[in-house]
Design a protein around this ligand. Sequence first.
Ligand code: NAP
Length: 288
Amino acid sequence: MDGKAVAAQVKQTLKEEVEYMKKVGVPPKIATILVGDDPPSKIYLASKHKAAEEVGIASENHTLPGFSSEADVADLIDRLNADPSVNGILLQLPLPQHIDGMRMIERISPRKDVDGLTSANMGLLFYGQASLIPCTPRGVMELLHHYKVPIAGSRAVIINRSTLVGKPLLHLLLAEDATVTVCHSKSRDLLGITRQADILIAAVGRRPQFSVTREMVKDGVVVIDVAMNRVAGKLMGDVDFESVSPKASYITPVPGGVGPMTVVMLMENTLVAAAKQHNLNKASVLQR
Ligand code: NAP
């Protein structure tokens, strides 16, 4: 599965949708917040702003010093919540240790929560009603749809139970009638579970200690590798691509799989948020 190519296609569609929104007087805009100067966070943010520029979404970044108080961050979020020109707010994680991440996420207006992480949007996801869905799970589903992978009735196994990845994916796959198993570090007989998977989603990020090997998958499996591990300076996923790919009907590479999809889904969420805020119910973005 070529995440880069699929992301490029989605970007093209989004570009046209942005044009339409500008014509009707709703130019979409995303604001990002960085607290401190974590180098990987800066790299992720740069790719998000680049994607925004490519699709024509206005973007602005607000950097606060790492010693900022929770009140400083909350004030900035309040200002962006109240600014009608800002449609989406992204708080780059992780935050410095002295700041309560959950409290800051909850401060973001659910209508502008383009990461889909507020309890309001998570609750809607639980009910199958969410329009702002966490970007990585949304990107995984988009890849499965693009390659027409049968989901209904399939057995999907997710190795991850985080709020960012595993839990939203559980709901998205369930909503499309998969039988879903969620595994984690305390799961017994992981190999026995993963071997049954028609769709295997790995997002552990503990390489070299953990990797998905040939013995762990069955023939014809669809493998989605979400993880990003840096081993000896090289970026790799959880899956031993060389040995697993001959058994797989589809597999995502790292890099070039889920990563590019995540960024483009953030842009899609920004359009969804902008369209909803202006009651643009006919915008095609809402029908995707
Ligand atoms: P996380 O919160 O650390 O979650 C890791 C999950 O793996 C946890 O559920 C953990 O179980 C489980 N795990 C750890 N060791 C295991 C083992 N030996 N066997 C089975 N499960 C094990 O990390 P995250 O934020 O969800 O991210 C996961 C990975 O995805 C990272 O590599 C991250 O960089 C990557 N990621 C990529 C993108 C992208 O755009 N491509 C986006 C988000 C995240 P416990 O819950 O029991 O600890």
